[in-house]
Design a protein around this ligand. Structure first.
Ligand code: PEP
Ligand code: MG
Length: 431
């Protein structure tokens, strides 16, 4: 048992150049655990709040108040606690903040502290983080199946296209390493096609190509062309995954695709996505309707839930109660796990477990604002059986997480790769 001796927060900078919280947890035996809070751009309204200072300095984004939360009340409450008791530590953090969305302490303060404690406990146990997570939560570790962005859109690319993430999954791959190789070929094939057609504007927030498409569907056509140019058969080894992030372009059942100057209600949006799923090999679709569109999500799941993965992100905000509620509604069949939406490791793992109990998939995810922190590579491996969403195949804050999985692959063995298992029962499995 190693007790927490001190906790110290510092200001560091994320992949968008915004200030963020880094926390060092030091145990009495000198062991250090360190983690950095990520930050989302397309945020659910029910996720934990990032505490930012406001005012003119740093565009209101400074985090001195969040640093004060860690260095003050959180450090005082956690000093002397057993770092290996993650549930107790997280309960102590929660006891300091009675607000619904952690607006008192700041979700950025709580998540960096909670993850830093997890790192300290793993190092103290002389285990890699993934192993510590697996042992601590009694899970069978496995390397996740990545979903990797090829084009960015929505809030991550100046809203140049309405849909936020155009991604590929490689459920037919035999190893994590093979996923990286195939995705690299597709990513650069896509870049070449876009450059030839005059559609390439640069690189978006998560490393995907910043597109200049004339319609959202043009992205799907280009993605299929890129998969073929890379020598793969769309729908066989490689399939498409979309994050519609519909809350970014609609509410109250009304949606507006700005690129195409089209307005539609929930039913028309669902029909459009249905047509896309008929025409393109789409295996997974995230937030197909807005976070407030419960009827739409139930209808979407009723129509398509038996053959594609339907992920709730803004819709479920890594909240175990919302997962349970959606499961009894038969809305969604998978959940995105973003540790900073919940605000602590324990709440995130609880949500992961609620998804497993519901027979759902779970996709551990980065945020669009990231750093060199690789905690999520370990979390998804340690919890096992799942998928990992990190962004694209460029920019170091993304590649550091894929590369960490390759190191874990060497420790755990290539056979531990989950492969297409998350897509059992979908059209891909039946094909
Ligand atoms: C997402 O919506 O899945 C995402 C990663 O974006 P952000 O971090 O901006 O919420
Ligand atoms: Mg999302």
């Amino acid at each position: 048992m190693s007790l927490i001796k001190s906790i110290n927060a510092r200001r560091v900078w994320d992949s968008r150049g915004n200030p963020t919280v880094e926390v060092d947890v030091i145990l009495e035996n000198g062991v250090l655990g360190r983690a950095i809070a990520p930050a989302g751009a397309s945020r659910g309204t029910r996720e934990a709040i990032d505490l930012r200072d406001g005012g003119p300095k740093l565009r209101g984004k400074d985090i001195q108040n969040a640093l004060a939360s860690v260095n003050g009340p959180i450090a005082s409450a956690l000093r002397g606690m057993d770092a290996s008791d993650q549930a107790e530590v997280d309960a102590a953090i929660l006891a300091l903040d009675a607000s619904a969305l952690k607006e008192t302490l700041g979700g950025n303060a709580t998540v960096a502290t909670s993850l830093a404690v997890l790192h300290a406990a793993a190092t103290d146990a002389r285990k890699p983080l993934w192993r510590h997570v697996a042992d601590h939560y009694n899970c069978t570790p496995s390397l996740p199946l990545p979903e990797i962005q090829i084009f960015g859109g929505g809030a991550h690319a100046g809203r140049r296209v309405d849909i936020q993430d155009f991604m590929v999954v490689v459920p037919g791959a035999f190893s994590f390493d093979e996923v990286m190789e195939i995705t690299s070929e597709i990513y650069f094939a896509a870049g070449d096609i876009m450059a030839q057609r005059g559609k390439l504007a640069g690189v978006a927030d998560e490393g995907g190509w910043w597109p200049m498409f004339d319609s959202n569907e043009e992205a799907l056509e280009t993605l299929v062309a890129a998969i073929e140019k890379a020598g793969e058969t769309p729908g066989k080894n490689v399939a498409i995954s979309l994050d519609i992030a519909a809350s970014e372009f609609g509410s109250n059942g009304k949606y507006r695709l700005a690129l195409e100057d089209r307005e539609m209600d929930s039913g028309a949006l669902i029909d459009m996505l249905g047509r896309w799923m008929d025409a393109y090999p789409i295996l997974s679709i995230e937030d197909p309707v807005g976070e407030d569109d419960r009827d739409g999500m139930i209808e979407f799941t009723r129509r398509f839930g038996d053959h594609v993965q339907i992920i709730g992100d803004d819709y479920l905000v890594t909240n175990a109660n919302l997962v349970k509620e959606a499961s009894s509604d038969a809305a969604c069949n998978a959940v995105l796990i973003k540790v900073n939406q919940a605000g602590t490791v324990s709440e995130s793992v609880e949500t992961f477990m609620a998804a497993q109990a519901a027979g759902w998939g779970a996709i551990v995810s980065a945020r669009s604002g990231e750093s060199e922190d690789t905690s999520i590579s370990h979390l998804s491996t340690g919890l096992g059986g799942g998928q990992l969403k990190v962004g694209s195949f460029q920019r170091s804050e993304r590649m550091v997480k894929w590369n960490e999985c390759l190191r874990i692959q060497d420790e755990l063995g290539a056979h531990s790769f989950v492969g297409g298992a998350p897509f059992k029962g979908t059209w891909w499995d039946r094909a």
